[in-house]
Design a protein around this ligand. Structure first.
Ligand code: ATP
Length: 594
């Protein structure tokens, strides 16, 4: 990749890398977004005037090198070429006197005037049915391309769908994406079956499919199709339709919308790891027709196909593109027929509204997952060790704290602190909430201050009627525990910082203090449980094998210093992990790479 530009020995070598510029070649205009690994800026290339987006790759811990997740994103983006997938144009490197040792890297992509979340949130923009169809078709085309190329996106959401002012939609943010080893989807065959396990700690909660909420690990490309369904629904409602405030609540509102799982609509669901607490839910037959009453019959049918509980039968992208919805009147418009609108990014919209708190919490690998650090998965002793957070450090926020808007978490003021692994109950806070050694673990019903459900009997606190449609339900249907101070996604990380300054609290903290605290917590947990450490080692080995295999397959793989590099990545991933116990960490630690 590097070519020496000089052949003379007298002239000092100046290396030139293709696909790599100095940041000075760009001028930065404004901030467009911020997320897990970077902040995104609008800029323009001085030489050509071309407007671009520059995604700054944040180094959370410089000693541990370039984030493996960013490497993954880069590696995938380099190989992708489709009109509905964002294109990586080049990398830009920032080197200043202060940054002598560690340059800052930026991914340069074409500037897109909107993301779908910002666009739908902009009341000045009218979204017509032909536009909806046009965008959805492009989304399915992009997804089909990814899935046929064995790629799982794993973070499908409106904020990750970029739209240009010439009506082109592009799938972006491959930070959680990975190679998929199962068979690619076939016409008429739904999502098919996967051939191996992956981490279930993926997909932003509001867009997370039921099988992941139930902790299926052998999942398929169908997880992205569920996310596409959520996006489709969002296009009608102009807000995320399933705004769960904890993983358990997410499962609850999903089943209220699409119907409770049973052996017919979701075979094998009871055997899934996270099924335990679901069995206590009041059975629902679903609410789709009522909730989407404004949607025509074809649109409703497509929504139902995308929201099939059985992931094996959920419609795949090839079939979705062929769905009668796209062939019925009004027909999809052509991208170029879509009018231009004022630039609308999720961050702009949020700033305009003066909203500070986070978007739907997106996992950073290990940040999410049923029963995980943010689990809220009561009574499931099979997830013991995952569930401390829920049992002891969880909160859905005070009644009325939920804003029925685009914010991901119900975040009571002052309760924003958490690390990116959702380990709010870490440290003293966590210990305070733990039962004394030997004490019986209270059931979730106790921690939620409500009577335990009797077998077959309804939980009186929940009421027997169907709650309002999820998107219109601005109140948490479960009783709230006023003593709880922290949301599952806003675990206590009580370091005295201003919580309402935090964003995307489930994302990695970028402050070294928190980072170190988290690691200190890890160490403490590690000491606590030797057996669980063995689990971690096994995961460790599996992870390394995966990475070796991936790297072996990549023809552009870096060769020099590979081992050192790998070790650094491992250490960094380990440091980033941080869930309430070491077994959980074992699962979470490498989840972005699994
Ligand atoms: N090419 C682009 N053009 C315009 N805006 C962009 C572009 N890329 C990203 N953005 C804006 O930045 C936001 C965050 O980008 P991206 O999702 O890639 O970052 P991230 O750090 O992975 O974020 P997240 O935590 O949401 O996953 C997007 O929602 C979008 O608003």
């Amino acid at each position: 990749m590097a070519t020496a530009s000089s052949s003379s020995t007298a002239v000092p070598l100046r290396r030139k890398y293709s696909g790599c510029s100095d940041l000075k070649a760009y001028s930065i205009l404004r901030k467009l977004g911020e997320g897990t690994f970077g902040e995104v800026y609008q800029g323009h290339r001085k030489e050509t005037g071309e407007v671009v987006a520059l995604k700054k790759i944040l180094m959370h811990n410089e000693r541990e090198g370039f984030p493996i997740t960013a490497l993954r994103e880069l590696k995938l983006l380099k190989t992708l070429a489709h009109s509905n997938v964002i294109k990586l144009e080049e990398m830009a490197v920032e080197r200043t006197r202060e940054l002598k040792k560690h340059a800052i890297l930026y991914m340069v992509t074409p500037y897109m005037e909107h993301d779908l979340s910002g666009l739908l949130d902009n009341p000045n923009i009218r979204v017509t049915e032909p536009m909806r169809k046009c965008y959805m078709l492009q989304l399915f085309q992009g997804l089909n391309y990814l899935h046929q190329n064995h790629i799982l996106h794993r973070d499908m959401k409106a904020a990750n769908l970029l739209i240009s002012n010439i009506g082109i939609l592009k799938i972006a943010d491959f930070g959680l994406a990975r190679h998929y080893e199962g068979p690619t989807p076939k016409r008429g065959k739904g999502g098919g079956e996967a051939t191996r396990d992956y981490t279930s700690l993926v997909v932003t909660r509001w867009y997370r499919p039921p099988e992941l909420l139930l902790q299926l690990r052998r999942y398929t490309t169908a997880i992205d199709m569920w996310g596409a369904g959520c996006v489709f629904g969002e296009m009608f409602k102009r807000k995320p339709i399933l705004q769960g405030q904890s993983d358990l609540h997410q499962a609850q509102i999903v089943f209220e919308l699409v119907g409770s799982p049973n052996e017919q609509n979701m075979p094998g669901w009871e055997r899934l790891h996270g099924a335990g607490p679901i069995k206590n839910f009041v059975s629902s037959s679903g609410n789709m027709n009522q909730y989407f009453r404004e949607v025509d019959s074809h649109g409703l049918d497509l929504l139902k196909e995308l929201f099939k509980l059985d992931w094996r039968k959920r419609i795949n992208a090839i079939d979705a593109m062929d769905h009668p919805y796209f062939k019925s009147h009004p027909l999809p418009c052509r991208p170029e027929d879509i009018p231009t609108f004022e630039d609308s990014h999720e961050l702009d919209r949020r700033n305009k509204k003066g909203e500070k708190p986070a978007l739907p919490p997106a996992p950073m690998g290990g940040t999410v997952g049923g029963g995980g650090a943010n689990g809220d998965w009561p009574g499931d002793h099979s997830t013991q060790g995952h569930g401390h957070q829920q049992q002891w450090g969880n909160d859905r926020g005070p009644p009325g704290a939920h804003r029925d808007n685009r914010q991901g978490s119900r975040v009571p003021a002052g309760a924003h602190g958490r690390d990116h692994h959702g380990n709010g109950s870490r440290g003293h806070d966590r210990d305070q909430r733990r039962p004394p050694p030997g004490a019986a673990r209270p059931s979730a019903w106790q921690t939620e201050n409500r009577p335990p459900p009797q077998n077959g009997a309804e939980d009186p606190s929940r009421g027997s009627t169907l709650p309002p449609p999820p998107g219109e339900n601005s109140r948490h249907p479960l009783p709230l525990n006023p003593h709880r101070k922290k949301d599952t996604y806003v675990p206590a990380y009580d370091d005295g910082r201003r919580r309402d300054d935090a964003r995307r609290e489930d994302r990695p903290s970028r402050t070294p203090d928190r980072y170190n605290d988290r690691r200190e917590g890890d160490r403490r947990d590690n000491r606590r449980d030797d057996n669980r450490r063995d689990d971690n080692r096994r995961d460790d080995r599996r992870y390394r094998d995966d990475r070796r295999r991936d790297e072996y397959r990549d023809p552009d793989r870096p060769r020099a210093g590979d081992d050192r590099y790998r070790d650094r990545g491992d250490r960094r991933d380990r440091a980033r992990s941080g869930s309430p116990d070491s077994r959980d960490r074992g699962n979470n630690r490498y989840s972005r790479d699994r």
